[in-house]
Design a protein around this ligand. Structure first.
Ligand code: GLC
Length: 422
């Protein structure tokens, strides 16, 4: 039987289905995304990317990036400089849109206006020269995790100031160690020399009236007595209420210690909450979340977006994945099972989201008032500003200099970086 004869004997819809299948098959591509490697990131990111793949007939490849956002940025910059098409979908930190603007595709042609359902401040942060460079995926703010059982046992309250945290941590640590728990620490946080230390140090300095390193007008404000005092207080924690190892801790190291019941307090982001509730967590049912100490409390603003590399060979399909991953349905499951804070205000009224994460409702003011790192004022020089700041903080905490000397030196370093203008 010839093709023509066959065509005559079969109903036309059989051909229609065949053609559709063939055209989908022809379009099916492999999209590379950067999921992980920390916490539940791989699990949630890959699970939803795979679900999209199953739905669309495309396939997913994971390009697992380094843990530290500082190393991630360096890697992406290298790939972008080479105009590499190795990565289609990129995770973008809240402090990066301006830095990566030349290498990210505008998502507006694909978003169909859905960005208007997200927090306007995040959309503004992700927009450069009228282009939407990233769809908001989740938002972050620094939080204080504490052991409810231990504060109760010692009759102590959640600390309101950083001095109070220092005293409370010492009291409980001394008590627990006397009882034989020699590995117990008062406070764990992130003090490795990387972007995470900038977030932590901004919280101590801002929470003690020392400002944000560079203010909204672009003035260098770090050389002040409160900032110096805040750094000195942080230095006093090392080897006292905090293990010397914190000088090399990122988020996951701090979480490991706290989740193994070896610390009273931990500074971390919301994602840690869901992991504390798992069966393998030794602190399940014994953890509270509060706003960070300080007057005013100055939680650092963080968060991640998904964007499409300008060098992707399949920008429209990659953008489809981005829209799926950042959709309300996916953000809702990520919030319920992974405690990732949604970027859609409507989800903060969702009963299931709030039941799984009481803090998302109770600490609404922390998220609303979190403190941005000085990216807007310093523009493309932000990475240098941040690096100088975290190095200064790290030196003080390593007891190589004092808070006073460090803020003086940092001021002149920042002046050099700024030269005439940022
Ligand atoms: C979190 C934040 C991000 C920040 C990073 C620092 O991932 O969301 O904004 O830069 O921590 O480690």
């Amino acid at each position: 039987m010839t093709y023509k004869e066959l065509a005559r004997t079969l109903p036309s819809w059989v051909f229609a289905i065949g053609m559709l299948g063939a055209s989908l098959y022809a379009q099916a591509v492999e999209i590379t995304i950067t999921c992980g490697p920390s916490g539940s990131d791989v699990e949630f990111c890959l699970k939803h990317a795979q679900a999209w793949a199953a739905k669309t007939g495309n396939t997913i490849k994971n390009f697992s990036p380094p843990n530290s956002p500082t190393e991630k940025l360096a890697l992406y910059r290298q790939l972008f400089a080479a105009k590499s098409s190795d990565i289609d979908v990129v995770q973008i930190d809240t402090v990066w849109p301006g830095l990566l603007k030349d290498h990210l595709a505008d998502l507006k042609p694909y978003s169909q206006g859905v960005e208007s359902q997200h927090f306007p401040a995040i959309i503004a942060n992700n927009s450069v020269n009228g282009k939407l460079l990233g769809m908001p995926w989740y938002t972050d703010a620094g939080l204080l995790y504490y052991r409810t059982d231990l504060l109760k046992k010692y009759g102590l309250r959640v600390p309101q100031t950083w001095e109070e945290l220092t005293q409370t941590a010492l009291k409980v640590q001394t008590g627990e160690r006397a009882k034989g728990d020699t590995d117990f620490h008062g406070f764990v946080f992130q003090a490795k020399a990387y972007e995470g230390l900038t977030c932590n140090a901004i919280e101590w300095v801002g929470g003690q009236g020392g400002g944000t390193v560079v203010n909204a007008d672009g003035e260098i404000t770090i050389r002040n007595a409160q900032a110096a005092k805040a750094l000195n207080l942080a230095a006093s924690w090392i080897g006292s209420i905090s293990p010397a190892g914190v000088l090399n801790y990122e988020e996951e190291e701090a979480r490991g210690v706290f989740q193994n019941a070896n610390a009273l307090f931990m500074r971390n982001w919301p994602y840690a909450w869901a992991l504390m509730q798992k069966n393998d967590s030794l602190v399940k049912g014994k953890v509270g979340v509060a706003k960070l100490p300080g007057n005013p409390s100055a939680a650092a603003l963080g968060g991640w977006q998904l964007g499409v590399s300008k060098y992707s060979k399949h920008p429209a399909i990659a953008a489809d994945l981005v829209m799926y991953m950042t959709s309300a349905a996916v953000q809702k499951t990520r919030a319920i099972h992974g405690s990732y804070n949604p970027t859609l205000p409507a989800l903060y009224k969702d009963k299931e989201v709030l039941e799984a994460n009481e803090f998302m409702g109770a600490l609404a003011d922390v998220f609303a008032n979190s403190v941005a790192r000085p990216t807007t004022a310093t523009g493309l020089k932000y990475p240098q500003v941040s690096q100088s700041f975290w190095n200064a903080a790290h030196e003080v905490m390593s007891k190589r200099t004092t808070g006073e000397e460090a803020v003086t030196k940092l001021e002149s370093r920042l002046k050099q970086i700024r030269r005439k203008h940022w």
